[in-house]
Design a protein around this ligand. Sequence first.
Ligand SMILES: [Zn+2]
Ligand SMILES: [Zn+2]
Length: 196
Amino acid sequence: MRAVVLERAGAPTNLRVADVTAREPGPREIRIAVRACGVCFHDVVVRNGTFRRGVEMPVILGHEVAGTVERLGAEVRGFRVGDLVATTIHSHVCGQCHNCRGGHETSCPERIFLGDAGLNGGYAELVCVDADAAVNVPACIASRDLVLVVVIGLPPYASLRVLDTTANQCEKMFRIVGSGAEAAPCAIRLLRSIRQ
Ligand SMILES: [Zn+2]
Ligand SMILES: [Zn+2]
């Protein structure tokens, strides 16, 4: 498959299109044919070398992925080939530790970030992620819109969820800054729809 590969941190010209062997999905993974992948500031700081923790080079960046299911692992349920899906920012979390069970999977000690741990990111024609790290989405949503909702919407959604689970906190005022603020109305609607 073709992918945008970063061999070493540096200028944007270090990003090169290369042929890479596509990985087969593991038993609990799906392989996604990528339609769109967002460019996040995380990608920028990994590319320029500012962020190094857990980064493995060469790397395929990209963690805001929208695409269609292209292949299924043997144990995967709930997806079919051709489904439109979006990913979380991780390709794997354990799903069993107290962080995962408490809804704080971004702190899972087994987490593998999608797009900075080697050749596992979304700037590629195909990408494998845990089936648990992807969600089915309606086909009416354009892929380029989907990648924005996936990551920009998560911080306000996570913040609101924490507030909402603490008694009577919803009356309090709070502020969401940065690009996530633009997605706050979506996050509020999402939270309301889940709570109903
Ligand atoms: Zn991001
Ligand atoms: Zn975990």
